[in-house]
Write a protein that binds this ligand. Structure first.
Ligand code: HEM
Length: 224
């Protein structure tokens, strides 16, 4: 019973952290899209500078790291518990209720984790630790801000990086497709009437997020 209880507690925390990360993904996508709508990169760089320096956002950033850490640690623990509870070699067939992606949450999760590491090396560490981002020069004047926009554009000019990015974002989409409805289920919302609607919303959310992020490297690679 105590194992059951602790699993349920873990699921609730996972779902809350997962939903929080899902909101963050929307905000992050909104900021990334700015790069496509302003060829001077000013809009994107101003927002990136704000996100990198505003004291409230700096605190929020630690909340976000904590959210990721809790989600990842609990995800791995739940998976290990599942493997232990299910004897080796004994395969449970997914019921028609289970989506295809539900069986691969730990696998898609680990790939997202690797992607996050690369993402951190390319952006966060460069800004906060290596300090090697070029200055943003606008109309010949040094704005005193970093030119994060050019860093993104340079990366999205590398074919291998674009392909890897697209694969990672598709995999994130697969994770999110099951995650969305699973989070509501973990929070106790399982209703004949509402669950199909939540599943539908999950499909829309995961497609919009995945394709929204994927459009950016494609536009940059082929047009800039
Ligand atoms: C932006 C990144 C991510 C978002 C938005 C996200 C979101 C979610 C959400 C909402 C759930 C459903 C939780 C529930 O069923 O209660 C979930 C499940 C899961 N996530 Fe993530 N996740 C992300 C990254 C990761 C990473 C990096 C890992 C692990 C390395 C991971 C591992 C898992 C696992 C194993 C589950 C299934 C847990 C279970 O039902 O037993 N996730 N994710």
């Amino acid at each position: 019973m105590s194992v059951m209880y602790s699993s349920i507690t873990k699921k609730i925390w996972m779902s809350l952290m997962g939903l929080f990360l899902m909101i963050f993904l929307v905000v992050h996508l909104g900021i990334n899209l700015l790069l496509l709508f302003d060829s001077t990169r000013e809009l994107y760089n101003v927002v990136a500078h704000f996100m990198g320096t505003n004291p409230v956002i700096q605190i929020f950033q630690w909340v976000l790291f904590l959210g990721f850490a809790i989600h990842i640690v609990l995800g791995v623990l739940l998976q290990i518990q599942n493997w232990i509870a299910r004897p080796k070699g004994y395969k449970v067939k997914a019921t028609s209720e289970d989506s295809f992606f539900s069986k691969y949450m730990i696998h898609t999760g680990i790939i997202i984790f690797v992607f996050l590491g690369i993402h951190f090396l390319n952006f966060f560490f460069r800004v906060k630790i290596f300090h090697d981002i070029p200055d943003f020069i606008l109309d010949g004047v040094n704005t005193g801000m970093e030119d994060m926009g050019i860093v993104v554009i340079e990366l999205f000019k590398i074919p291998g990086y674009v392909v890897g990015y697209i694969i990672a974002l598709l995999i994130l989409g697969f994770h999110l497709d099951h995650a969305f409805q699973s989070a509501f289920q973990s929070l106790g919302l399982n209703h004949e009437k509402y669950t199909p609607f939540i599943k539908g919303l999950g499909h829309i959310y995961s497609i919009v997020i995945s394709l929204g992020y994927i459009v950016i490297p494609l536009v940059i690679y082929f047009t800039k």
